[in-house]
Design a protein around this ligand. Structure first.
Ligand SMILES: [Fe+2]
Length: 284
């Protein structure tokens, strides 16, 4: 009789991975074999108890049950564990001088109105006004024409329009601008405020148990696209914000922190200037 290697504590990884069929897609085989290895190593390293396993199952169940078209608790989990930023870092190893990426976040909406340069995107009249200016450049410092700049931020209460339908005007603090030959952009929004990520679900509970807060430092979102260049998903962070060093989703990079300067001394009208540098996609 052929010897059968039944499942044991010692051979658990091999026992599971040996079941994969011959025809399994090679990349899926690589990913799953590694996942099983790390998962089993983790269970063995911490000596996971049955009660802890039940807590984990319940946590993941509640995380899934909270997800719908408006709420994505699993992305929040990925964000707060640093996985979203890590995957983004692996995918965007850009040369020095190029604008760095950060998290996309859950509040982007396709179809925001395309506006002439100089337009104001704040429609609720709340908050401290801020004029955003700068250029979209290539790595040689040459202006890029036809770059599409999609911007969005919270309002001065710390909520995006989609979080308060009926309360905020549609497209409040959102707009799309397309650069001309000089690569310049120019629009008026607000000086954004820091806000907590949704913390009334399992991820918020996890943060509390870990002694972490749910706050993100104030930021303006930017999505830059152009047919000839790699897409940039990034933010401008407000210099001096209390949460720059402890962003709940690890999105802050030093190069993305921008000084918001008062238009005149003691003023509550602000200016923020930043250039964006796009790179060609890696050739395949
Ligand atoms: Fe945001």
């Amino acid at each position: 009789m052929p010897r059968i290697d039944y499942f044991t504590e010692a051979n658990s990884v091999e026992a599971v991975n040996a079941r994969m069929g011959e025809a399994t897609d090679p990349r899926l085989r690589e990913v799953m074999a590694s996942l099983v290895r790390h998962l089993h190593d983790f269970v063995k390293e911490v000596g996971l108890t049955q009660a802890e396993w039940e807590v984990a199952i319940d946590f993941l169940t509640r995380t899934g049950q909270l997800c719908d078209a408006q709420r994505q608790e699993f992305i929040l989990l990925s964000d707060t564990l640093g996985v979203s930023m890590l995957v983004d870092a692996l995918a965007h190893r850009r040369p020095a001088g190029a604008t760095e990426n950060t998290v996309f976040g859950p509040f982007h909406v396709d179809g925001a109105p395309e506006l002439p340069m100089g337009s104001c995107i704040s429609l609720d009249g709340k908050g401290e006004s801020c004029r955003y200016t700068g250029r979209v450049l290539d790595l040689d410092g040459q202006p890029i024409a036809g770059a599409r700049i999609d911007v969005w931020s919270d309002n001065s209460d710390g909520f995006y329009d989609v979080q308060q339908p009926g309360q905020q005007p549609t497209w409040n603090n959102r707009g799309v601008f397309v650069t001309g030959p000089d690569g310049r952009y120019d629009f008026v929004g607000i000086k954004p405020v820091s806000y907590p990520i949704p913390d009334d679900g399992p991820v918020g509970h996890m943060l509390t148990r870990l002694g972490r807060h749910p706050w993100r430092p104030a930021h303006m979102h930017f999505l830059l696209t152009h047919p000839d260049y790699e897409r940039i998903v990034t933010h401008l962070f407000v210099a001096g914000d209390d949460y720059l060093a402890s962003d709940a989703v690890f999105g802050v990079k030093a190069s993305l922190i921008v000084a918001y300067r008062p238009v005149s001394q003691g003023d509550t009208e602000w200016e923020a200037a930043a250039d964006f540098v796009m790179v060609k996609p890696p050739s395949r």
